[in-house]
Design a protein around this ligand. Structure first.
Ligand SMILES: Nc1ncnc2c1ncn2[C@@H]1O[C@H](COP(=O)(O)OP(=O)(O)O)[C@@H](O)[C@H]1O
Ligand SMILES: [Mg+2]
Length: 334
């Protein structure tokens, strides 16, 4: 696929938390690039720095956290170092975010219609009537039946799936260039999750917005993303386009994530995929060398001493590993 213009470039980002117990290097030298209209899947287990990297982009890191290194270039401008006011403007107008728990982002005492309308009125130069019409149009666009009636409902009157649709309507209200979706469907049951993903895909295609799609579930990435970045302990350990990551995963961690997806790897692959054992390391006690080495079936002495660099292993496919694995080409048979 021919890549379009770069929209967002996260370069060697470092976001640390300075706690009483020590420094947590939540994001420790992460880089990724999102092109216009592209869906980038950022995947990894809980605690790998996915949300902190998203919050860094949005300028929402608070004490004891701090961006201590790197750049976040959005449309050619570095967001690191911008004032809170400048960042607020970008958040409302060009970058939107949806989270796992819409209830915490919605105000229980206002109707959903009023809340979306308010978001429109703050950021756009329109009359109340235009804002109301736009709100109803947005509610319809995200698949909420009877939008005029729903306009007057309160968040608690809606199901989890409908609330997530409201959040998406609110996020879409500014026609963002970038939508950040952070585990947005994790709390929903599988049927509703599939519907919400379908909706996001449809909106993405229609509007051409780019999406930073964050999830712990590699199976969802296969459905949604063009390119995939696998995060572990605040660093990218593997990246590439979706086909090369699923057909030729090279990092043992990516293998582990893949092996937890049922029916994903073909019968032709005779080599059994090693399941991941153990847990993400304690952020206050990172292992020496490669951070994955205590869980890795292929770790050697070198892996216990040295941190591998992220290196290009084939065209546009990068891996941070001294012993990248390669089984017979596996294929997605979902
Ligand atoms: N406010 C905070 N104070 C201290 N540590 C934090 C804070 N927020 C996040 N962290 C730590 O940063 C790391 C990355 O967290 P996060 O980005 O939320 O992971 P993910 O979204 O991948 O599950 C974790 O070790 C987490 O405990
Ligand atoms: Mg998270």
């Amino acid at each position: 696929m021919e890549k379009s213009e770069v929209l967002l470039e996260v370069k060697d980002l470092k976001t640390y938390f300075y706690t009483d117990d020590g420094v947590v290097k939540a994001v420790d030298g992460m880089s990724y690039t999102i092109h216009k209209g592209e869906v980038l899947g950022l995947v990894g287990e809980s605690g790998c720095g996915k949300s902190v990297s998203a919050m860094s982009i949005l300028g929402l890191i608070d004490v004891p956290g701090k961006i201590v290194g790197g750049e976040i270039i959005f449309k050619g401008e570095n967001l690191v170092g911008k004032t809170p006011e400048q960042l607020r403007k970008i958040r409302g107008a060009e970058i939107s975010m949806i989270f796992q728990e819409p209830m915490s982002a919605l105000n229980p005492v206002f109707t959903i219609g009023d809340q979306i309308m308010e978001a429109i009125l703050i950021h756009q130069d329109v009359s109340e009537e235009e804002a109301k019409n736009k709100t109803i149009e947005l509610l319809g666009l995200v698949g909420i039946p009877e939008p005029e009636r729903r306009f007057n409902q309160y968040p608690h009157e809606l199901s989890g799936g409908m609330r997530q649709r409201v959040m998406i309507a609110m996020a879409m209200s500014c026609n963002p260039d970038l939508l950040i979706s952070d585990e947005a469907t994790t709390a929903l049951d599988v049927t509703i999750q599939a519907q919400i993903l379908e909706l996001m895909k449809d909106l993405q295609k229609r509007t051409g917005m780019a999406v930073l799609f964050i999830t712990h579930d590699l199976a969802l990435v296969a459905e949604m993303a063009n390119s995939v970045y696998v995060a572990y302990t605040g660093k990218i350990v593997e990246s590439g386009d979706v086909v090369s990551i699923f057909r030729r995963p090279r990092h043992p961690y990516t293998y582990g994530l893949l092996s937890s997806i049922p029916n994903l790897v073909s019968e032709k692959t005779k080599t059994p995929l090693p399941a991941i054992e153990g847990m993400v390391p304690n952020p206050y006690h990172m292992p020496l060398g490669c951070h994955f080495n205590p869980r890795c079936p292929f770790a050697t002495e070198r892996c216990r001493k040295e941190m591998p660099e992220l290196a290009e292993i084939e065209n546009n496919h990068f891996v941070r590993c001294f012993h990248p694995v390669l089984v017979n080409e596996s294929e997605v048979v979902s």
